[in-house]
Design a protein around this ligand. Structure first.
Ligand code: PEP
Ligand code: MN
Length: 267
């Protein structure tokens, strides 16, 4: 079902409803901006307003965080979901947030406009099956060491379950390189588009782990044909509870958006 042979025309995945709905794969490059984790109303509101002002069309923020250390900030949980819904109410931006377990799918989809399956859960088959029963689109991130074939088979679980709205996301893979947090595999963009009809997004924030590299790689992703970008933004990255070093400031997002528009117009 994920393969291009089964579906020769490109799939457009709509996130949100009404005026703010975003057609990923059809319209302009869809930018999802927001903090790694929802930390407080003040933080989320500041980012949501900045994202809206900069021209991002979707708001992100983790309420349930898959952290490497069990002692690191794990997210605000359900309270984070409520804050995201409130931010959508204030800005009109549809909300994308991660769901970590199959059991949590009903709760998360009640508040969010799209469900993110994180890299660490790309092959959590129970979760993928639950997302197949969900009524919201799924942003499926590539696993830390997953091949494109494995990513497409993970998408297949969601599609086979009955949910046709899947967006693939390249977010960097494990290699021997240590200068960047992950190695952003931009060849995945045209390769996935040859193999599949599903829209493809790129996450240059986790893909590089370094603020200074986010905009250059976002531009390269757009040049490579990405349908959208996922970018972490924080009003005060130095004090972020997670992923501060890779978070853009609101001004950084304005600059990224202007340059993305220029590259998108040129390709
Ligand atoms: C995230 O988007 O905040 C995240 C945890 O991403 P990944 O699953 O790609 O590490
Ligand atoms: Mn993050």
């Amino acid at each position: 079902l994920a393969s291009r042979d089964s579906h020769p025309s490109r799939t457009v995945v709509t996130i949100g409803e009404g005026e703010g709905a975003v057609r990923v794969g059809a319209d302009a490059v869809a930018v999802i901006a927001g903090p790694c984790a929802v930390e407080s109303w003040a933080q989320l509101e500041a980012v949501a307003r900045a994202a809206k002002a900069a021209g991002a069309r979707l708001l992100r923020g983790g309420a349930f965080k898959p952290r490497t250390s069990p002692y690191a900030f794990q997210g605000l949980g359900e309270e984070g979901l409520r804050l995201l819904a409130r931010a959508r109410g204030e800005t009109g931006l549809p909300v994308v947030t991660e769901v970590m377990t199959a059991e949590m799918v009903p709760l998360v989809e009640e508040h969010a406009d799209a469900l993110q399956v994180g890299a660490r859960n790309m092959q959590n088959f129970d979760l993928l099956r639950a997302c197949g029963k969900a009524r919201k689109p799924v942003l499926l991130k590539r696993g830390l060491s997953a091949t494109l074939e494995e990513l497409l088979m993970a998408a297949e679980y969601v599609l086979a379950g009955g949910n046709a709205r899947v967006i693939l996301c390249e977010r960097g893979i494990r290699t021997y390189e240590k200068a960047t947090r992950n190695t952003l595999d931009l060849s995945a963009v045209p390769a996935l588009k040859e193999l599949s009809h599903l829209p493809v997004m790129v996450d240059p924030s986790h893909g590089t782990g370094k603020r200074s590299l986010v905009t250059p790689m976002a531009l390269a992703a757009v040049a490579a044909g990405a349908d959208g970008l996922l970018v972490e933004v924080h009003p005060d990255p130095a004090h972020a509870l997670s992923d501060g070093p890779q978070s853009l400031t609101p001004d950084g997002l304005v600059d990224l958006m202007a340059r993305v528009r220029a590259v998108a117009a040129a390709v």
